[in-house]
Design a protein around this ligand. Structure first.
Ligand code: 5GP
Length: 191
């Protein structure tokens, strides 16, 4: 059997998971990165099928009913996000390193469904830095920021549930560390 190389990257909101995933997409094309389905509206510049599959509530309901999603969750109390199952299974069957960039609730579901997955927690250098990044992003309203910070506080407390922690001090260094972990024989031999 091929070794499973599924890795889950989770961590508090605005820690830079999306930036790390984008950096890996650019510099490590050998890593397959899952494209999630979401019911939230696209932000300027986001492309259907690249950043997310932007779907209606009815379409998301159908995916849940048909068990098309490996995991899914309501994130920040607003939209639903989920990982389409089939592309993950296909990437693993092809022996590729597969990466999911998802929230904590989703990471827990993957751990239960696929205990061999490697769970990586991405952590900010400090809480103040996390707040600064969230405010600096400027894409959310004040109310949305407050809601996301509340979620982030709970998410920070979940670090010990993960196999490994990476501190996101510098983007390239963090993604280098993540890919090195994905490549490590310990990871594949544990599968
Ligand atoms: P954003 O709306 O800023 O793109 O993402 C919000 C949050 O949703 C992020 O924490 C991201 O990790 C999470 N997320 C994205 N895709 C998925 C998914 O497929 N499943 C789960 N559980 N969370 C996701």
């Amino acid at each position: 059997m091929l070794p499973s190389r599924l890795t889950v990257l989770a961590g508090p909101t605005a820690v830079g998971k999306g930036t790390i995933a984008a950096d890996i997409r650019e510099r490590f094309p050998e890593v397959w990165i899952s494209v999630s389905a979401t019911t939230r509206a696209p932000r300027p510049g986001e492309v259907h099928g690249v950043h997310y599959w932007f779907v209606s509530d009815a379409e998301f309901d159908r995916m849940v009913a048909d068990a098309d999603l490996l995991e899914w969750a309501v994130v920040h109390g607003t939209a639903r996000y989920g990982t389409p199952r089939r592309p993950v299974v296909e990437a693993l069957a092809a022996g590729r390193m597969a990466l999911l960039e998802i929230d904590l609730q989703g990471a827990r579901q993957v751990r239960d469904a696929m205990p061999e997955a490697l769970l990586v927690f991405l952590k900010p250098p400090s809480w103040d830095e996390l707040v600064r990044r969230l405010v600096g992003r400027g894409t959310e309203s004040e109310a949305e920021r407050t809601r996301r910070l509340r979620t982030a506080e709970q998410e920070m407390a979940a670090e010990q549930e993960f196999d490994v922690t990476i501190v996101n001090t510098e983007i390239h260094a963090a993604s280098d560390q993540l890919v090195a972990l994905m490549r490590s024989p310990i990871h594949s031999s544990e599968a």
